[in-house]
Design a protein around this ligand. Structure first.
Ligand code: ADP
Ligand code: MG
Length: 339
């Protein structure tokens, strides 16, 4: 509780500094803990106070819907169904539809059925361990989206199967928050759901928002990115991981092996219009590794990517290259579409 209070106080002081730079009287803020992370919402202009209260409510209901640890959530209802059909809400159906589509597009790299495996590694509780190879092989039998039967808001999992929408939840919640803010006429807002960013318009001065891309090697930013009306979502191996015998095990799992992804990437940031899509894609591209991720971007398009590697290179796709400024210590490379 004390740490939480400290975070609130620290952030409150930062906020004061940043709003004075806009010389803006009617900034409003909501700060709270939800979805296992610290959330900070800022909106400017008329109606922003009531709009932010609505946005907070949307994020809280997304949490209540999607939490894997809350026994009353819709996801828990699905996971405890013992192979039976479960009728789900339109919101959950929208996310599962997208997740299954992304699973196909990524040839299985993005997979919401890995929950039994992430649990075995201890990523759900913090009681980390390296499981036996036999145990992983056994669990891989019940994972895989091909084992999910889904259609018209009804889902059935195989016996022993369980899903986790952790790779999409914050992006989904951010989209919901953006929608209710826009409904109240908000034209300038910045939402930060534990590093999962959504911007409405630009800042109150009419300039783009300047977003820090976290340095995966330590404190501060690896780069700054200027954005207007975009979602910016990062997946990395530096947020949730444990180390054993000098090796790092991160919470993003390669569905082909059941082991934490270990492919030379430190982080993948995806920039696009939909928070849900950016959230899913950042996780998916992180699993793919550099070469396949760039190939995927070239084929799919509709979003931009920043990839940071263990050997301190940053690859930035052409759509955001001009709005991107790296800090020292990195080699920056522009990634272009092939003619
Ligand atoms: P975070 O939510 O920590 O910001 P991500 O959006 O990348 O990061 O989501 C990571 C979470 O997604 C993991 O904690 C786990 O619940 C789930 N996950 C792990 N591996 C995969 C995968 N290959 N495909 C889909 N979801 C995954
Ligand atoms: Mg994600």
């Amino acid at each position: 509780m004390k740490i939480q209070k400290l975070i609130f106080l620290l952030t409150a002081s930062l906020i004061l500094t940043s709003c004075s730079s806009y010389n803006e009287a009617d900034v409003n803020k909501e700060e709270f803990l939800a979805m296992d992370t610290y959330i900070s919402l800022s909106a400017y202009g008329e109606n922003s106070e009531v709009a932010l209260a609505n946005a907070r409510r949307e994020i809280k209901s997304a949490e209540a819907l999607l939490s894997v640890t809350d026994p009353n959530s819709e996801i828990s209802r699905i996971n405890s169904s013992g192979g039976e059909d479960v009728v789900i809400s339109d919101d959950t159906a929208q996310i599962i539809n997208f997740a299954l589509h992304l699973n196909e597009l990524t040839e299985g790299d993005f997979d919401i059925t890995l929950y039994p495996i992430t649990k075995e590694w201890g990523f759900t509780t913090g009681e980390y361990k390296i499981p036996d190879k036999e145990k992983i092989a056994e669990l891989l039998e019940v994972t895989g989206c091909e084992n999910v039967i889904y259609g018209d808001n009804v889902i059935a999992l195989p016996e022993g199967g369980a899903i986790d929408l952790g790779a999409l939840g914050k992006g989904f919640a951010a989209d919901k928050a953006v929608t209710v803010l826009k409904e109240k006429g908000i034209t300038s807002a910045l939402l930060n759901l534990g590093g999962n960013i959504a911007a409405i318009g630009g800042n109150p001065n009419g300039n783009p928002w300047s977003i820090g891309i976290q340095n995966p090697f330590g404190e501060g930013n690896a780069a700054l990115l200027k954005i207007t009306d975009k979602a910016v979502v990062t997946s990395g191996n530096y947020q949730r991981y444990f180390e054993q015998n000098g090796k790092r095990y991160c919470h993003i799992i390669d569905p082909k092996t059941g082991f934490p992804t270990d492919n030379g990437l430190m982080s993948v940031t995806v920039v696009g219009d939909s928070g849900l899509a950016c959230d899913g894609l950042s996780t998916a591209l992180f699993v793919m590794g550099e070469e396949k991720a760039i190939e995927f971007w070239r084929q799919q398009g509709g979003f931009d990517v920043i990839i940071i590697t263990e050997d301190k290179r940053i690859s930035v796709t052409e759509g955001i290259y001009e709005n991107f400024t790296a800090e020292g210590g990195f080699t920056v490379e522009k990634v272009e579409k092939l003619q």
